[in-house]
Design a protein around this ligand. Structure first.
Ligand code: NAI
Ligand code: SF4
Length: 408
């Protein structure tokens, strides 16, 4: 097989990593390497604890979703496990598409068995006989490695019927996306898997009640699932003492790539690791759906970034120096949302077009009317759109106006 993608992992080989512990160190094609480095200990522990015990550990760990929205994972699992309607389904959201996000790719390419094992644990805890791994179509290396890992695990009795002789049956089907940003929205994934257009459904009902094929469904991001392994291996209290988080650092830094830190480190500490030259003009946190910040001393936690009027989102840290044309960047973000809007609801379908038009006018001539219009359109998109795309399409623009003074 091809060599591990170590270039994407600046910390590869360092001691003390949890989520990236195997990245660049083991052959991602080898189940034996995986097992020799602690693989499948978490599943064995899960079988000892039983489904309710696993959910208890995940609740106690405080783990929240790493796709961007930070919903408590244990609550999601518990709500699904309790549903009387069967079958339950597991969906791993691997449609990593937020501009600037590439952490799940690094996990899947470098440690594919970890995701297979973590999905098996999640399915056991929540009573799912089948899991779908919905992978971004533009990740061919991850697809090949996951396909190989799934087939090998199946051949070795780690997927399929009666896993490890414990009477639990579960299998994984890999599905590839076809390039739409919106197909990472959890209910759009259901439509896509079911063969319909990848458009979001209205929530509630939430997937835990009525998801894929109308059945109770757990949807978890790749990084979220992979965190469940150290939770079970170490126990929730030890895990929670130093909770790992991946960050995708790009832009004006010397060593762009994926970094693993424990929650609580500041943005400045992360940038020191990645190597910055001087103070950046701004940092875009959370990607296109996120916001610009200038304070480097904010703690990189969900709460800390929220208090700073930004979002940790999926861990995007895009560093901008003085050479960046901010107006062009904002126009690019607006064009992205206009392109990717599915057009199903009016606030987003019309709002993303009006937003881009006003920004084009503003980049030629600043006018009070256009700034007012932008605010009104932005607020309407945020308050009245069906899904996260429309709800977040104004975030970065608003922060560029209010915090960076781009149109002053
Ligand atoms: P959301 O807040 O609507 O939901 C988060 C999760 O919690 C979902 O799985 C939802 O089903 C569940 N949930 C919420 N309330 C619930 C309840 N009462 N009972 C049971 N389950 C409940 O957020 P959404 O729209 O799923 O995600 C938005 C985030 O996604 C944004 O923060 C954005 O940054 C991020 N995002 C990430 C991308 C990536 O590539 N990783 C791409 C685009 C957006
Ligand atoms: Fe489609 Fe935008 Fe409405 Fe989401 S908010 S359903 S992307 S039109």
């Amino acid at each position: 097989g091809d060599a591990p993608a170590v270039a994407a992992v600046p910390q590869a080989g360092q001691d003390g990593l949890v989520l990236l512990r195997r990245a660049g160190r083991v052959d991602p094609g080898s189940l034996d390497d995986y097992r020799a480095t602690g693989g499948y200990l978490a599943l064995r522990r899960a079988f000892e604890l039983g489904p309710a015990g696993v959910i208890r550990e995940v609740l106690d760990s405080g783990l929240v979703g790493r796709g961007g929205a930070a919903f408590p994972t244990g609550r999601k699992w518990d709500a699904t496990a309790r549903q009387p309607d069967h079958p339950h389904y597991l969906v791993c959201n691997a449609d990593e598409s937020e501009p600037g996000t590439f952490k799940d790719r690094v996990l899947m390419e470098n440690d594919p068995y970890a995701l297979v094992e973590a999905m098996t644990v999640a399915a056991y805890a929540t009573g799912c006989p089948k899991g779908y791994l919905y992978l971004r179509g533009e990740y061919p290396r991850a697809a090949a490695r996951l396909r190989h890992a799934i087939a090998t695990a199946r051949a070795r009795g780690l997927l399929g019927t009666d896993i490890l002789g414990k009477g639990f049956s579960f299998d994984i089907e890999l599905r590839l996306g076809a390039g739409a940003y919106l197909c990472g929205e959890e209910t759009a994934i259901f439509n896509s898997i079911e063969g319909y257009r990848g458009e979001p459904r209205s929530k509630p009902p939430f997937p835990v009640e009525k998801g894929l094929f109308g059945k109770p469904t757990v949807v978890n991001n790749v990084e979220t699932l992979v965190n469940v392994l150290p939770i079970l291996e170490r126990g929730a209290p030890v895990y929670a003492e130093a909770e790992p988080k991946l960050f995708c650092v790009s832009g004006a830094v010397e060593r762009p790539g994926v970094y693993e830190l424990t929650f609580g480190a500041t943005l400045r500490e992360l940038l020191e690791l990645a190597g910055t030259t001087g103070t950046p003009r701004a940092v875009l946190l959370g990607g296109a759906a996120g916001a610009f910040v200038t304070d480097l001393d904010i703690p990189l936690t969900f709460e800390g970034t929220r208090n700073a009027g930004a979002t940790l989102g999926s861990g995007v840290v895009l560093v901008l120096d003085d050479t960046v044309d901010l107006k062009r960047l904002i126009l690019r973000i607006a064009a992205f949302f206009r392109d990717e809007s599915c057009g199903q609801c009016v606030p987003c379908r019309v709002g993303t077009v009006r937003q881009e038009e006003a920004l084009h006018r503003l980049s030629r001539r600043v006018s009070h009317e256009d700034l007012l219009l932008l605010r009104e359109v932005g607020r309407t998109m945020r308050d009245a759109s069906i899904c996260g795309l429309g709800q977040t399409a104004w975030n970065a623009v608003e922060s560029a106006i209010d915090r960076l003074g781009v149109y002053e």
